[in-house]
Design a protein around this ligand. Structure first.
Ligand code: IMP
Ligand code: ZN
Length: 356
């Protein structure tokens, strides 16, 4: 890793990104380019993304964040060209930030031009083309895809997402890029353990015959942090938990999470800027979990297009606010290796890159 004087070069640090929502990762600049092309072609009446989401505005909270997608960005990213442009730019930006392995996640959705399945196939094709451009297996960034079930989905939609993941994986090498499922979406939907609705699907994803990786958003908000919900989610045997914020008062829940040795995907800037944690960066639960034996920690950006902090900056913030030295930062970056969903060969590639 390159050093700059005594300072660390956080971009040069090889990094693993396991918690990035595709649509939330598209930069405003890219959204603007897509909008401009459509505007000039007379294909959109939407307002300019740079007006709707001005550069520097990152203070979205749980109330304003979700409608941004459903009432704006999804209406812009509807056709194959726009979706290819978006995912290609997202990959370019993660590469430029020194990410060597990326698990993007996205919610399969019908767009008006494309079915939910066609949307996912466009993404896979664009990701394959991007990797080929950079030398295939020799590409400096390897990207995989996780399909998200949204808490607002019904059971039939969740079933169709699992079936799609299974179908794609059975089609051969290129489509094996789909490595897992996620549960995401507005944490105030289906409170008090209502996500148990998805047990027939998400409870099956990690087991035979599917054997998919499973990651779930847990306790982002008080409403989604109940003991009942944790018990349901852990019953699905996830390999990773996203956020894990509202368990401070529940020691038993914290002990159970630690005992299972799960990977915790922690997204500092998103949590702080959206007001999901108290006490700013210093008060972030990264400080708690780093002192607990058992869990592996993985820093993620969640939605870099919205919150504006690339992964390199997340490492810089952690070093600054929790006083981590260079060796501790490198060790933190390596913790995620064994929790990726991309298989043994990929883990070995990461060890070769990161254990220097
Ligand atoms: P997409 O799945 O690629 O369309 O990315 C955007 C979607 O990801 C949003 O509509 C949300 O459902 C989900 N998402 C993004 N960030 C979060 C988060 O922090 N918590 C829960 N869901 C999220
Ligand atoms: Zn998330």
């Amino acid at each position: 890793m390159r050093a700059q004087g005594n300072a660390m070069d956080y971009v040069a640090l090889p990094k693993i990104e396991l918690h990035a929502h595709l649509t939330g990762s598209v930069s405003r600049r890219t959204l603007h380019e897509i909008w401009l092309r459509k505007k000039e072609a007379g294909e959109t009446d939407l307002e300019d993304p740079l007006v709707v989401m001005p550069e520097g505005k990152h203070d979205y909270n749980l109330k304003t964040f979700f409608p941004l997608f459903s009432s704006y960005i999804y209406n812009l990213l509807t056709d194959e060209e726009s979706i290819r442009h978006a995912v290609t730019s997202v990959l370019d930006e993660f590469l430029a930030d020194g990410v060597v392995y990326l698990e993007l996640r996205t919610t399969p959705r019908a767009t008006g031009c494309l079915s939910a399945e066609a949307y996912v196939r466009v993404l896979l094709d664009a990701m394959g083309a991007w990797e080929s451009h950079y030398g295939g297996d020799d590409a400096p960034l390897h990207a995989r895809l996780i399909l998200s079930v949204d808490r607002r989905h019904d059971l039939a939609t969740a079933e169709s997402i699992l079936a799609l993941a299974a179908r794609l994986r059975s089609e051969g090498h290129q489509q094996q890029r789909v490595v897992g499922l996620d549960l995401c979406g507005d944490p105030t939907a289906r409170p008090d353990g209502g996500v148990a609705l998805f047990t027939p699907v998400l409870g099956a994803a990690a087991r035979d015959p599917h054997g998919l990786g499973l990651t779930v958003h847990f306790a982002e908000a008080e409403a989604s942090g109940s003991r009942a919900e944790l018990d349901t989610l852990l019953g699905w045997r996830p390999g990773r938990l996203g956020h894990v914020i509202w368990v401070r008062e529940d020691e038993e829940a914290r002990r159970e999470i630690a005992r299972r040795g799960l990977c915790l995907e922690l997204c500092l800037s998103c949590n702080v800027q959206a007001g999901m944690v108290r006490g700013g960066f210093e008060g972030h639960h990264f400080g708690y979990w780093r002192g607990v034996d058992g869990p592996r920690l993985s820093l993620g950006t969640d939605d870099v297009g919205v919150f504006g902090s690339p992964l390199s900056n997340e490492y810089r913030l952690v070093a600054q606010h929790f006083k981590l030295d260079r060796d501790q930062i490198c060790a933190l970056a390596q913790q995620a290796i064994d929790s990726i969903f991309g298989g043994e060969a990929e883990k070995q590639r990461l060890r070769d890159i990161m254990w220097t």
